[in-house]
Design a protein around this ligand. Structure first.
Ligand code: ZN
Ligand code: ZN
Length: 354
């Protein structure tokens, strides 16, 4: 089965070609279909901002490392012990992680720390993927396969919203207008956020946010971000500040934007060795800030499925490459010129709308 994979560890942006990481298409064995498993013919698999970090060896260096965790597809086989009711022909998306349900963390309401989280983490930027039935969610009829591959990033936006403990009417700022930032913005808007602000240096991403319901945008390179934030919030600061940029430069100023008693969610991946100074007196004593992060998104998928029809996803799913052009697709992703890059793994689209 053809699978997109990291074939050489290294930064995909390394100017030195001999050191640069590499993406390729490799042949990987079909996964076995266990009794509780579902085999999915993959329609679309989206490139994630985390994929280049995998190429850098963030989660291990044994190549090839199969990629793809944001996918949609059509069920082509189910094991004979499947009990969720999912059937051959169903249009689905899902969670690339299976939470076992039996380990200590799973039993304690903390599935994100499941001790067997890697067991079913299989590459989905491939012709097929086989998942446990608990990973699979049927897409609403109104959501195309093309938009449906955004279920997983939408689940991350839901999880970010959960971690903010947002109250209706809270003032919210989001730093970073990539896919997670845009989806988080839409989720926060539905959640009753006010003074909703996107902080983002790229103009096209600010425009996209305004079209999707942001009330304000700040260009952190051209404007004084703290002064704009004070102006927008009447000097109080934001009750909720979310980082979706993963930028070590961008995160430094975010604590200054938070209101007293506010919550700051670091909702991205950061370099292993990145450390940020933290003035405990200012931010934890005087301002009583809550600082938190997001690793993966347990308990968020059922609600993400419900939200999909209410989100404007088309702006994120406009760029599509066929599977055999996966290398070009990654180059397009790295160029930063596309909001999101999708790979069409099989031609399964239904009707002209998709
Ligand atoms: Zn992702
Ligand atoms: Zn577990």
């Amino acid at each position: 089965m053809r699978t997109v994979a990291v074939t050489k560890i290294g930064s995909l942006r390394d100017p030195d070609e001999s050191a640069r990481g590499r993406i390729g298409i490799v042949e990987m064995p079909d996964q076995p279909l266990g009794p509780e498993d579902v085999r999915v013919r993959v329609a679309y698999s989206a490139i994630c901002g985390s994929d280049p970090h995998l190429a850098e060896g963030f989660f291990g260096t044994d190549v090839p490392i199969g990629l793809g965790h944001e996918l949609s597809g059509v069920v082509e086989a189910v094991g004979d012990g499947v009990r969720t009711g999912v059937r051959v022909g169903d249009r689905i998306a899902g969670n690339f992680l299976r939470f076992c349900g039996s380990c200590g963390p799973c039993r304690d309401g903390r599935q994100q720390f499941c001790e067997h989280i890697a067991d079913y983490n299989r590459p989905g930027m491939a012709e097929t993927v086989t998942w446990h039935e608990s990973q699979v969610y049927v897409l609403p009829d109104s959501v195309s396969l093309r938009d449906g591959c955004l279920l997983e990033p939408t689940s991350v936006a839901v999880r970010i919203a959960d971690k903010t403990r947002l109250r209706v009417g809270d003032r919210v700022a989001i730093c970073g207008g990539g896919p997670i930032g845009q989806l988080a913005l839409q989720v926060m808007r539905l959640h009753g956020a006010t003074s909703l602000t996107l902080i983002e240096p790229i103009a096209a991403r600010r425009e996209m946010a305004l079209a999707a319901g942001a009330e304000h945008v700040i260009d952190p390179l051209a404007e004084d971000q703290a002064a704009r934030a004070a102006e927008i919030t009447g000097g109080r600061g934001y009750d909720v500040v979310v980082d979706a940029s993963g930028s070590t430069r961008a995160v430094r100023g975010l604590l200054d934007l938070a209101a007293r008693g506010g919550t700051v969610v670091y909702g991205a991946m950061y370099p292993h060795d990145f450390e940020m100074p933290l003035n405990l007196s200012d931010f934890l004593y005087l301002k009583e800030l809550t600082l938190t992060g997001v690793f993966v998104s347990p308990y968020a998928f059922p609600r993400a499925v419900q939200l999909l029809p209410h989100l404007d996803l088309a702006a994120l799913t406009g760029t599509v490459f066929p599977l055999d052009q996966a290398v070009e697709a990654f180059a397009a992703h790295l160029s930063g010129e596309h909001p999101k890059v999708l790979i069409r793994c099989n031609d399964l689209d239904e009707g002209p709308a998709a």
